[in-house]
Write a protein that binds this ligand. Structure first.
Ligand SMILES: [Zn+2]
Length: 117
């Protein structure tokens, strides 16, 4: 029953995935472009490339999250907490489409991380 209601979300994630893939390709292309021989210019370009690289990492991380979410949808595991197996609150899914845990488990995990870090 719940699996059907994720159709719209799945389409959304799929188009976002396509968009990110294109963006990532563009970023990679920019990075591959040769650096300017003038050292001053080169310093600036290196600086830019670091920003571009950070953007790339962000896009890669999001792409990974989207793929994982789509895989869970495929397996019929999407929207189910990986920790306790209960349905994740729909409001939480809408706010955090990549959430793998219900709010209770997420809070517990956060508390654990806070204690050990
Ligand atoms: Zn849970």
């Amino acid at each position: 029953m719940q699996a059907e209601s994720y159709d719209a979300l799945r389409k959304e994630l799929e188009s976002k995935k396509a968009e990110l893939t294109v963006r990532l390709e563009r970023i990679t292309e920019n990075l591959r472009r040769g650096y300017h021989p003038d050292s001053k210019e080169r310093a600036k370009e290196l600086e830019d490339s670091e920003v571009v690289d950070a953007l790339g990492n962000e896009a890669r991380a999001e792409l990974w999250n989207i793929s994982a979410a789509l895989q869970r949808m495929e397996a019929g595991e999407y929207g189910i907490c990986v920790e306790c197996g209960t349905d994740i609150d729909r409001g939480r899914i809408n706010a955090h489409p990549y959430a793998k845990q219900c709010i209770d488990c997420a809070r517990l995990a956060e508390a654990r991380e806070a204690r050990y870090s």
